[in-house]
Write a protein that binds this ligand. Sequence first.
Ligand code: SAH
Length: 189
Amino acid sequence: MPPAPHRFPRPTSLAHQLVSGVVREGDTVIDATIGNGHDTLFLANLVGTSGKVIGFDIQESALKQTRERLGSCAGIDLHWDSHGNMENYLDGEVNAAMFNLGYLPGGDHEIITVPESTLSGLKTAAAYLAINGVITIVAYTGHPGGSEEATRVDQWTKALCSDDFSVIRYEFSNRKKKAPFLIGIQRLA
Ligand code: SAH
């Protein structure tokens, strides 16, 4: 049988590919927006029981649901706090940080990530990022406030020094509906 045709990955899938390319068992990683816990689970599987996943969400329900999904795995620290306060929870290098912005699908669409805390979390993640470590950001522009946040994030990432960080942007650019885009940041030096 011929192989199944391969479609371009969605931004969230490509984010997983970028992260799994660099994260190894025993690493420390961040889920900046836990939500339904898909990324938390993905990260937990990559780092294994010898690694650490540090997660953040401002909605307690997201933490509860994710704890139920993951069970009581060792090395998973979920915090009911904003990723804007990330620095308070880090004590060493991180190998990856995933940001999935906007609102929680199936949840309250009024509760959204906002530029100030998003940028603060991103700056902290970049400051603690190990060499070769990766930050992924999936940004949405279809909801009120989304475009402004996406633009601020885009501008900040584009201004990162190219000697220290490599930055990519990926999106389906011929869609009629506003499509999310992925930004990947890798620390070079
Ligand atoms: N990665 C998730 C989807 C995230 S949706 C998944 O795979 O299911 C965005 C999440 O960010 C929501 O759950 C929302 O509560 C959370 N959020 C909004 N502002 C935040 C902040 N300042 N700090 C941490 N989480 C925040």
